[in-house]
Structure formats: structure tokens, C-alpha cells
Design a protein around this ligand. Sequence first.
Ligand SMILES: Cc1ncc(C[n+]2csc(CCOP(=O)(O)OP(=O)(O)O)c2C)c(N)n1
Length: 674
Amino acid sequence: MAEALMQNQALPEATHNDMANAIRALAMDAVQKADSGHPGMPMGMADVATVLFTRFLKFDPAHPDWPDRDRFVLSAGHGSMLLYSLLFLTGYPDMTLEELKNFRQLGSRTAGHPEYGHAPGIETTTGPLGQGLGNAVGMALAERLLNARYGDELVKHFTYCVAGDGCLMEGISHEAISLAGHLKLGRLIVLFDDNQVSIDGPTSLAVSDDQIERFRASHWHTARVDGQDPEAVALAIENARSVTDRPSLIACRTIIGYGAPSKAGTAATHGAPLGAEEVAGAREKLGWRHPPFELPKPVLASWRAAGARHRAAYEDWAGAAKRLDTQARAGLTDPIDDKVKDAVTTAISAVKADFSREGAKLATRQSSQKVLEKLLPVVPGLVGGSADLTGSNGTFTIRSILINAGNFAGNYIHYGVREHAMAAAMNGLALHGGIVPYGGSFLVFTDYCRPSIRLSALMGQRVIYVMTHDSIGLGEDGPTHQPVEHLAALRAIPNLYVMRPADSVECAECWELALYSAHNPTILALTRHGLPLLRTTHSDENLSAKGAYVLIEPKGGRDVTLIGTGSELSLAVQAARALDGEGIKAAVVSVPCFELFAAQSEAYRDAVLGQAPRVAVEAAVAFGWDKWIGPEGAFIGMRGFGASAPAQDLYKHFGITPEAVAAAARDLTAKTKR
Ligand SMILES: Cc1ncc(C[n+]2csc(CCOP(=O)(O)OP(=O)(O)O)c2C)c(N)n1
């Protein structure tokens, strides 16, 4: 490879046009071969991307995980062939020509939309429009946070984001732009593919915003350029890089499908193969006379040379990083190494012991705050925040220090009333490396974050959602604020841990599990109302780790098993006591996390659930419970929306009481005895 490069260096340098046309050709040919995909955007943005990757972007394909590389986010993920072409051309070893030929095929690295983890150089999964922009804001924020901790020599890079009309039409863009402007993220540069076309046709059909004015109103530096003029683009990027007190928008006026003889500038190039005739015409028009997937040597050599530009910078960085101690070095990428893990285990054990000894009745949002207080000093990468519900969520502690545009050395962000951008930014913080983000809102507003939560799960990112006010137990705010279907809806997302701790001790255990879950996001569903302590005997073991466990096992076998989560577990305990008085032997099972329980062996699950009839209690809809209670089981919970009233009145009104649980248990045991 090195030899090949040296040989290549003797070749004449390719022109900008040739290099940009290489992207156009690869994109239209790969889409043509796959018979599906989006050629228009890569063809239009080829000039901008060529300028960025050959003159500005700091990266090294030989060290794709270089923590101080510039981040490149393709928010307009449908234009995936733009990214794949760039990765191949600049020499990322995993992105071969073969992969481009296998665009959109099963098992290839070149999925329809870029998927994080499929190939180095894909910084995030994009496709749901606007998400990448939110991720980029998180990445740019992570850069500032780590810069404040490690200094310029180790962390000082840019985040570039390509966003299209679609990304900027999405609501999340407003939140993300506003947050970035407020935080003055000066090293964030958005390249807007301003081609005025989306799927339905010209964007004028649906939108007439002045994007420049919109960004300016959120305190961004802005510029408008001809996106097909490389020198103009270069100048605009140069200027944007010099503006350090504001993020930058460069609106690049481009022609979608640039080069396609009859379809350029139209929606016809957006999301369908151009067709053989149009592809041949584009070759003619662009002066690109090479067969599909064949590149002239000077063009590839020039691209490879562009890819090798920062090797020396990488070596310098690696030299500086070597001078860090092991833990500080680990902290740049994964802030939870073995040493931190040990410290977390010790802190969690201590706080559990305190909770068990004190026996206080606490809302789990309060317990969570107490746990966080102990975790923040031992997990330096833990960075929290809330979407304007700081006091309610208990996300701020005496160990929290505010982050703002003038101080990135803190660990707490006021995200403002921007749940969606908070979640997308948290994905960006986690993806960047070095940060474990947690963020709070009400559980009911997971709906506002759901698209980003889904992507946290799809990408396997350690993002911790602290979602309080988790049931009708929040009381007087009423049904608009009372989640009834949210637990079920969240449990339906693959790879997401939904944890609903039943008391302070379980809350500490769930935090520990969330921190240890390097490849899963976690929802902590926490109560507003006080819960009695059920785990009164301290155990170092994390009983929640298997997702469910037996809290009470009656002597002499079970007549019935009562299963509860969160605030309703104590109702099951009370019911068990009442039944005991009547000679009905009831076990009580706590299920803080369905997903972890489902992952246990059948033998363990059978042992926990037992053979006796089952009654489950959860102040939410029954959807998803069949799996645990079986067709004969009973469910005590919600059947519709809640209501506005004090919590205790609501529990009575909706029949979620120890009496109802006991009655259901009596019915079931009577049936089995009959
Ligand atoms: C949240 C979301 N809604 C809808 C889509 C479907 N979609 C994919 S691309 C697109 C239009 C995007 O237009 P633009 O950003 O201008 O892209 P261009 O036409 O320039 O390629 C739409 C609606 C999506 N991917 N994500």
C-alpha cells in the first residue's frame, strides 16, 4: 500500500473536477447497480465534499478512531453514497470498491443509509432527517467539554455536518440550531445542501423560510455560496473556521443531480436510479469517460494523497497522548474503564447500604439524585442535564457544575425545553467518545425524544434517559402528563433497557447497570411520589442485574405469584401480607427491567416466575405483560388515560390497590383449587 502510494505520488495530480466527478460517477453507478438509492444529493454536493475532504477535514483513514479527528456527519443520510465514495477514495481500508459495488445489499458495509458500526468513518447512523444535525451539535459540544479537560494539544477539532432542505425543515433542526447558537459552539460548521429540491418537487411547494435569517436569529455566523464553485466553498469554510464564537452555516447553492443531462435540478434525481441513458449522458456531460467503478490512477492517487495528509498530525497527537496516564487516556474515549468501574461498584454498594440502613420513604427521582451525587465524583465523563425540568428530574446535584458558553469545564447542561435535541445531542456526546450523557424530562415526553431514543438503541450507545413522573402517580398534572402507554412503547424498542426501580436500592442498582451497559441506552423510569423502602437488608449483589428477582418467597411453596414494577411493587407486598393472613401463600417478584429478565436462562426465569398463577401490577397499560403472566394471569393496571387528582385518589379511582391485587390473587387461586 505504502509502495503503491509512493508510485502514485509520481502521477500527475488530478484536477478538482476529476476528483469531484469520481464521487458523482461512483454514486450514480452504485445506485444504478443496486437499482435503488439516491444519486442526486451526492452528485450535487460532490464539489463541496471534495473541497472539505481534500483541503480541510482532519482525519486519517489509517487511524479512524483518532479521538481528535474532525467529525463529519452526513445528516442527509439518504445521500449515503457521498460518504461511502469519500471513505473509499480517501483510503479507509474497510471501504473497498467491492463494498461500493454491493451498495444496499445484505451484509455489505454500504447500507441504504449510513449505519454506525458498519465501517470506520461512519460517525453516526443517519437517515431520519434532522437527527444528524442534532448529533453534530452533541459532538461539537463534546469537543468543547473535552477540550476544557484536556487542552488544545489533545482535543481541538471541528465538527462538520452536511444537512439538506429536509433536515432543516424538520422541527428538531430548530431545537438543535438554537441550542448550538446559545452555547456558541464555534467549531461546528453546517454545510447546507441548498438545492431547493426535495422528494415532492421544488421546496417552494412546502416551505419559504429564509434559512440564513433563521440561523442568524439563533446567533450563527452565516454565508451563502455557489456550491458548485470550489474556490468559493473553500473561502467560506476558511472564514467559518476563523469564527470561533459562533457556529457557522454555509448555505451551498447546488444543483441536485449535477451532470445529469435532463434530470439535473429536478426531484427525479433525488431517490431513484438515473437510468442507463441518463447515466451515459452524465458521463458525456461531465467528461468522465471511464467504465463504472473504474478510476483513472491519477484521480485515485490524488484522493489517497488527500487521505494521507494528516498522518504526521496524527503521530504528533499520539505522542502527546502517550504522555497521559492510562486512565486519562482511556477517558478520552471510554470514560468507564476498569478503574472507574471499580469505583462505581464501591460507590453504589455504599449508597445502597445507606439507603437500607436509613429506610427512608423516597421518590425514586430523589433516590436517583442521591445516587448521582455519589457517582459524579467517580465518573468524570458523566455529563448531565435536563430539558427544563432540573428540579423535577433531580438531575442536578451538589456535585454538578453548570456548563455554558463561557465554561465548558462543568458537567451539567440546561438543555432548555428541547427534549428532541437533547436526546439527539446526547447521542452525539456518546458517539464522540469521552462522555457518558444523562438527561432528564418527564416519562410522558419520551414521545418527544423517541426518534433519537430509537437511534441510541440502534447504534448501541450508552445514553441514560432520566425520565421521572412515570405514572398516574404524578397526580394533579393529569392525563396529559401521565404516561400510560409509554413503558410498553419503550419496551418495544429493541436494544433499549427500560428500568423501573421499585425503591431507592433498586434505583442505585439500575444506575449501576446503566453505566455498565456500554452498548445499550437506558431509560430510568422514576416516580414523583414517595415509595417505601422494600430492600431493607443490604446486599452487595446487584439483584436488579437479572432483570427480575424474588423479593418474597413464602415458606412451603407458592399459591400465587405477585409481580410488580416501580411504585406498584409495594402494593404487591401489601397484598402478599394480606393474603398470608388468609393462608394464601404469595410470592412477590420485582421486575425492574423486562429486557434483562428476557435475556436470562429459561431455568432462571422459570424459577423466578414459578408455577403458581400470576398477578401483575403496574400503573400502565397491560400491553406486553402477557409474556410474563401467561393467558391465565391477571393484570391490575390502567385501561385508558389517567385523570387529574391527588395520586392516592387516582390509585383508588383506577383500582390499582393492594386490595385489588389480593382480590385477583384470591380469584385465581380459587379457580386453580376448583
Ligand atoms: C424524518 C424523515 N422524514 C421523511 C424522510 C423521507 N425522506 C428522505 S429524503 C427526503 C427529502 C429530503 O429532501 P432534501 O433534504 O432536500 O434532500 P435532497 O432532495 O436534496 O436529496 C424525505 C422526505 C426521512 N428520511 N426522514
